[in-house]
Design a protein around this ligand. Structure first.
Ligand SMILES: Nc1ncnc2c1ncn2[C@@H]1O[C@H](COP(=O)(O)OP(=O)(O)OP(=O)(O)O)[C@@H](O)[C@H]1O
Length: 328
């Protein structure tokens, strides 16, 4: 861990308990986030992205449970903190933005009241006028017109895109060091999505806030992130700088995701899909879990799960990586 490391995740495991036993939705995730860094966590539905994000800040409820690993924030293991200590951290030094802004916003309170509460819960000595001004500035920062009067509106008086901006403004209020954002723009139309991505990136850069952006969309990652972690069946199967990974994927799964991106095919050509379905929690293969869908699979891939390999800054889990001259 270096002095620029904000978050260091080692071997994180999160299980869901069922009558048939415990199944690992997150299966040994390692991740390092530096101060101010933007990381895209990408993968198909069910790969374990959200469960990873929620596990980092102690938001996993039964039947789920974090069963292994460390989540070191400034070197302190968040898994060792009490619920009260975690609550102190959340909404202050670490913030979460959810896909549905109504998970953040209380429908029966005016937006201004909720924003004031977000400040005063953590900093009760803040003078009211100063807190209100900060709320106003935060709304203006995320592009909400006439912020002063909007503080007196209820969440239902905002459009979906504006509501998500309010949720982002609340997340940014106390200038967190880390934001975990779980697909916050997925439900929005592409123009609004692009604006919000641009604003988030700008705010994070200005405030040196690190961001883990969970998404199923590599296009979003390309726009926003410095590094990308590609997740499949509970594991990070490839990690590296965005440009490098998108231009020269090493893992066949990353290559498949890239080939299935709209715009990756020639005009008139059919989009390539990754064959087969992502495995369910209870239906994972032995050995490499991507093997049944992998065009390069070899019988030996069934023997054991590929360990993490490293070339330069790139990490991957594959016995037959797609190593071109540029990546060697
Ligand atoms: N409360 C729960 N009970 C049982 N299994 C769960 C629960 N929540 C998540 N899972 C399982 O954990 C696995 C990972 O889910 P997760 O929501 O993290 O995926 P994801 O990659 O974020 O997908 P999506 O993009 O659809 O949100 C899935 O197989 C899911 O069915």
């Amino acid at each position: 861990m270096t002095d620029t490391t904000l978050l260091q995740v080692n071997g994180l495991q999160t299980a869901f308990h069922t009558e048939e036993g415990a199944w690992l939705a997150v299966d040994g995730v390692d991740l390092q986030v530096k101060k101010g860094e933007i990381i895209g966590l990408v993968g198909e539905s069910g790969s374990g992205k959200s469960v990873t994000g929620f596990s980092l800040i102690g938001l996993i409820d039964p039947p789920g449970e974090v069963v292994g690993g460390e989540v070191l924030f400034h070197g302190q293991d968040l898994r060792q903190l009490s619920e009260e200590q975690l609550r102190q951290l959340r909404g202050d030094r670490i913030a979460m933005i959810f896909q549905d802004p109504l998970m953040t916003l209380n429908p029966v309170l005016k937006v201004g009241e909720q924003m004031m509460e977000a400040i005063l819960t953590h900093y009760p000595e803040t003078p009211k006028a100063e807190a209100r001004q900060r709320c106003c500035d935060a709304l203006a920062q995320v592009g909400i017109p006439a912020p002063e009067s909007r503080l007196d509106n209820y969440p239902h008086e905002f459009s979906g895109g504006m509501r998500q901006r309010v949720a982002i403004a609340i997340a940014m209020l106390n200038k967190p060091e880390l934001i975990i954002a779980d697909e916050p723009t997925t439900a929005l139309d592409v123009t609004i999505q692009a604006q919000i991505l641009y604003e988030m990136q700008k705010l994070c850069r200005e405030q040196n806030t690190a961001l883990i952006w969970i998404t199923h969309d590599l296009g979003v990652v390309a726009e926003l992130a410095d590094h990308v972690a590609v997740m499949y069946a509970g594991k990070i199967v490839e990690y590296g700088a965005v440009q490098a990974v998108l231009q020269n994927p090493i893992h066949p799964y990353t290559e498949g995701l890239l080939n299935s991106m709209p715009g990756s095919a020639q005009p008139g050509a059919r989009l390539q899909q990754i064959d087969g379905m992502a495995p369910t929690l209870t239906g994972r293969e032995q050995g490499c879990t991507f093997r049944p869908r992998c065009p390069y699979a070899h019988p030996s891939c069934a023997q054991s799960a590929p360990p993490v390999e490293q070339i330069g800054q790139r990490q991957y889990r594959c016995y037959f990586p797609l190593l071109k001259e540029e990546t060697k």
